[in-house]
Design a protein around this ligand. Structure first.
Ligand SMILES: Cc1cc2nc3c(=O)[nH]c(=O)nc-3n(C[C@H](O)[C@H](O)[C@H](O)COP(=O)(O)OP(=O)(O)OC[C@H]3O[C@@H](n4cnc5c(N)ncnc54)[C@H](O)[C@@H]3O)c2cc1C
Length: 458
């Protein structure tokens, strides 16, 4: 198969890769860009399996990337949907405390939201809660009127149209299996032949750690997949929820707990829970993948996490297999809901980065070297933040291009990637395994994103 050459290749046709590619082709007319996606179509994984919420930026630690990019992304999403005729609904959300013990956390969330510049937040009592959500109960709540709902798959398809209209290519069934850097370019081995580029951005979602490690980035962050299952309310009981009803999140865990979410098509989903998945792309309860499990169970950080949270994990697994236990958790917020109201629904798998110390990494993480940018952690609210993440990565790519004497003139010829060759080459520019080398992503990297104690939102 003929070798193809691009100025920039983006690996991953999820919403983050698409938004990044879109920003790049819009800001650089004539840029030769391709997205490589392993599946036959874009948006198959997290982008196509989520709650469909446009988050407001309420939860995240002020100053974190999540806080900044979610708030920016939320506004940008509404503007984008208006411009492109994509339906959305600012249905509004309540975060509900049902117990006195939750009040300090609820109030801290409110302070965070205000500090993050989320407009229109209100701390409300039970009466106002009943006005907004007549079937919900609680002693105090936060109301976020700008939280909305949208079909993120539809948004992603629209980004893809923008990419194509501006000259970018989307190559599906192009699973990247090896990355090799030479001084003047990057070679990618894919399931459909070799692709060459001058700059590479990887946005691999559930496989982001593997893509980073193909360029010899250290195994300091590993993706641990967490499956979440939803139930769907029977159509005749949809009136139980007008917008979105969320619990106060447990600060020890980066997921929000089971919530009620109205969908853009009128359905109401309950969930998702969060259980360790035995396959990164396993959407069924019994799906398992040997390689994925070996990766999880041989990662030292996993055992540290398990030692800390085994009890919580066990409770989540019980709720996963017992509809009654799941519905019991929901009844705390909407007492009228019964097991009969809940029909089995879809599921999603979250790509959650875990560090070697067993800490679930909250914030978005992006690592960059001279030619390669890896998105290492883009959990929720990355769909909401996608336009802002895309802008940030396109800015970073601009800086790399600016620092490169050859800019994006047609990528210089680099040698063929032969099967079985080591995937990393030393950079002749740096003379050492340093920033110019794809294998040099490490402590000396410029980290666009770091991992402060941020908040959470699935
Ligand atoms: C259950 C659940 C609920 C969520 N709810 C919300 C929500 O309500 N609001 C919100 O803002 N966010 C939500 N999120 C988070 C959001 O969906 C994700 O953060 C976002 O979709 C991440 O996008 P991505 O492009 O990074 O990953 P993905 O959508 O997973 O895309 C990554 C892509 O990379 C491709 N790929 C991987 N490896 C390779 C390779 N080697 N070669 C080529 N291609 C490759 C994959 O096939 C995939 O298409 C939720 C997530 C889940 C799982």
């Amino acid at each position: 198969m003929a070798e193809r050459r691009y100025d920039v290749v983006v690996v991953g046709g999820g919403i983050v890769g698409l938004a990044t590619a879109r920003d790049l082709v819009l800001r650089r007319p004539g840029l030769r860009l391709a997205i490589l996606e392993k599946e036959p179509e874009i948006g198959r994984h997290q982008t196509g399996h989520n709650s469909g919420v446009i988050h407001s930026g309420l939860y995240y630690a002020p100053g974190s990337l999540k806080a900044r990019l979610c708030v920016e992304g939320c506004h940008a999403t509404y503007r984008y949907c208006d411009k492109h005729g994509i339906p959305y609904d600012k249905a509004g959300k309540v975060v509900v405390a049902t117990d006195e013990n939750e009040l300090p956390r609820l109030e801290e969330l409110y302070r965070r939201g205000v500090a993050n510049g989320v407009p229109g937040l209100e701390l409300i009592g039970p009466e106002r809660l009943r006005e907004l959500e007549p079937h919900a109960v609680g002693i105090k709540a936060i109301y976020s009127p700008i939280t909305g709902i949208v079909d993120w798959s539809r948004v992603a398809r629209s980004y893809a149209d923008d990419v194509r209209e501006h000259g970018g290519e989307i190559l599906t069934e192009h699973q990247v299996t090896a990355i090799r850097q030479k001084g003047d370019g990057v070679l990618l081995r894919t399931a459909s032949g070799v692709v060459q580029c001058t700059f590479l951005v990887t946005c691999g979602g559930l496989h982001s750690d593997r893509l980073a490690m193909m360029s010899r980035a250290p195994r300091d962050l590993q993706i641990v997949p967490f499956r979440g299952d939803y139930y769907v309310l029977r159509p005749e009981r949809r009136y139980l929820t007008r917008g979105m009803i969320y619990p106060v999140p447990d600060p020890a865990f980066p997921f929000l707990g089971v919530h009620f979410t109205r969908r853009i098509n009128g359905d109401v989903w309950l969930g998702p829970n969060a259980v360790l998945a035995f396959a990164r792309e396993g959407y069924g309860r019994l799906d398992a993948n040997l390689r994925d499990n070996l990766d999880t169970f041989t990662y030292p950080g996993f055992w540290k996490l398990a030692a800390k949270y085994w009890q919580m994990g066990l409770e989540e697994m019980v709720r996963d297999f017992s509809k009654e236990a799941f519905v019991e958790a929901c009844k705390r917020y909407v007492p009228e809901v019964t097991p009969d109201d809940c029909l089995p629904g879809p599921s999603g798998v979250r790509a959650q980065a875990l560090d070697v110390d067993g800490k679930l990494v909250d914030d978005f993480i992006v690592q960059t070297s001279a030619r390669i940018i890896h998105v290492r952690n883009a959990p929720s609210p990355a769909a909401t933040s996608s336009l802002a993440i895309g802008r940030m990565i396109a800015d970073a790519t601009d800086r790399l291009i600016g620092e490169d004497p050859r800019r994006v003139t047609p990528g210089a010829q680099v040698s063929e990637l032969a099967d079985g060759e080591p995937v990393v080459a030393r950079s002749p520019e740096s003379g050492a395994a340093a920033a110019g080398d794809a294998g040099a992503l490490g402590p000396a990297d410029e980290r666009l994103g770091s991992a402060p104690a941020a908040g959470r939102e699935p």
